[in-house]
Design a protein around this ligand. Structure first.
Ligand SMILES: [Zn+2]
Ligand SMILES: [Zn+2]
Ligand SMILES: [Zn+2]
Length: 157
């Protein structure tokens, strides 16, 4: 049934936000800090960062599951789990790499409240140069306080 498949895909994408948060906090700022470090100190010379390896690491389960799902059974839920992981990967790249860090110069002047809150939260994450004591490890989920700042500003006007 199609609606179950679509639901599975979105639930998987939502679950991936938790996986991304966990990985960012405990792996990238943990034993694999060596790969994430250049995303925080911005000393990498080229367009690519060592940090981009994480994108490949996360892409592999998405590709493997969609492939297996597609070639085993037409209506396999495996395919839709893989599709959810891949969907999350695209959203993460779009928000984090394109919108926030402007690796392509798109949407730099967006007035969307959600986009602005997400960017502010991630800039707070980047204020911490070191491995320890970070905050805002998530990406698509934005803590409420970053939305509340808009209300405060609007009220002051
Ligand atoms: Zn980080
Ligand atoms: Zn590097
Ligand atoms: Zn970043």
């Amino acid at each position: 049934m199609m609606w179950i498949n679509i639901t599975v895909m979105f639930l998987t994408a939502a679950f991936m936000e938790g996986v991304a948060w966990f990985t960012h906090k405990y792996v990238m700022h943990g034993f694999l800090w060596i790969l994430h470090k250049d995303h925080h100190d911005k000393h990498s010379k080229g367009w690519f960062e060592d940090n981009d390896l994480f994108f490949l690491i996360f892409a592999i389960p998405g590709i493997v599951l969609t492939y297996l799902g597609w070639y085993t059974k037409a209506e396999s839920v495996t395919f839709w789990i893989g599709a959810g992981i891949t969907l999350y990967g695209f959203m993460y790249f779009f928000i984090h790499d394109i919108f926030i860090h402007q690796r392509f110069k798109w949407l730099s002047k967006s007035d969307n409240r959600y986009f602005k809150a997400i960017r502010r939260a991630h800039k707070v994450h980047h204020k911490h140069i070191g491995k320890e004591d970070g905050e805002c490890f998530g990406m698509l989920y934005v803590p409420k306080k970053y939305f509340d700042q808009f209300k405060k500003r609007a009220a002051e006007k």
